[in-house]
Design a protein around this ligand. Sequence first.
Ligand SMILES: Cc1ncc(COP(=O)(O)O)c(C=O)c1O
Length: 383
Amino acid sequence: MTEQQYPSSVSLDPDWAGDTVAVQAGRPARVPGAPMNPPITLSSTYVHDAGVEYGRDGNVAWGALEAALGALDGGHAVTFASGLAATTAIAALVPAGGTVVLSSVTYHGVRQIFDRMAADGRVELRIVAPDDTEAIVAASEGAAMVWVESIANPLLVVADVPAIAAGSRAHGAITVVDSTFATPLRQRPIELGADIVMHSATKLIGGHSDLLLGAVVCREPADAETLIAHRHDHGSIPGALEAFLALRGLRTLAVRLDRAEASAGELARRLATHRNVAAVYYPGLPDDAQHERAARVLDGGFGSMVSLDIAGSVEQTEAFLSALRLVTHATSLGGVESLIERRARYPGDAAIVGPTLCRLSVGLENVEDLWSDLDRALRAVFG
Ligand SMILES: Cc1ncc(COP(=O)(O)O)c(C=O)c1O
């Protein structure tokens, strides 16, 4: 059995909902004796003459993960070593000297990639607020690429992807959506008109804080081919084990997301009236500035991230984070365990958020335990 013969994916019913596709897609073809899951093939080289010859060309576990993510997002998936490796590959699609319209609320690592390219004279940047659809579309005139993150880190801004994609397309620019916080189960950017979707599968797709992996899904097969060539040349390939684990994480994404979202909504509601919390950002709250757009663009939920501004000093905010016993003071998001951090500790985020803004990634713990921990830690600091 070679890397090429095996596996072809099980066939998918076009009517299946995303949560069914997430469970079924990318499994080995259902023939007698076939395993339920793809193997983790640890081999740098393959016997000559069957397409994949070397570990940089392909791996059965990436193939399975790409089949699943492509089916979910409705395009051609290419996986990478991390979300930033995927971002670097997408950024390379911009022709030398081309213009990129970049949302001002964006993961700081992504911003840094484009800032460095601009500093090197490789691209020109136009920075626009993600919720100012008109300004984004206007800026897309003459641009090669529009990059929006939605739901955007760390203020949980939701972009009007359909309007941005349509307007940018009319101006000849491609639209890329970093859909990491929304996942393929809450937003399908290609269906909404975008050209390319990026996911840091390190987060909710993997779901267990045990891997780094990036995924890109392209509307056009030609873009996917260019990204595959980039991945080959840069060697920015995912590991076989990471790909296997990301696919395993994807199988339970729907139930994890449902649970984490329910808790996120409940915690956001309670935090919004807490006397030691100055502001809460959660697109699911009816009076959140993003709510109307979020209800229109997102499908079935508002995500598992909540941001909160502590009504106090930086020192009090840090003391609050240290006083938590259940929620862990750590970066990253989307795992089964709840994490929180003060975002202004990153210079990139300090430019766009206040010094006491904390980003909470809600996990799967009991919501009352999470609430008790947050409330107790706030009382421990503020009395
Ligand atoms: C929204 C978003 N995009 C991209 C990335 C980068 O992904 P990775 O850490 O897998 O390189 C992150 C990481 O935190 C992120 O939050």
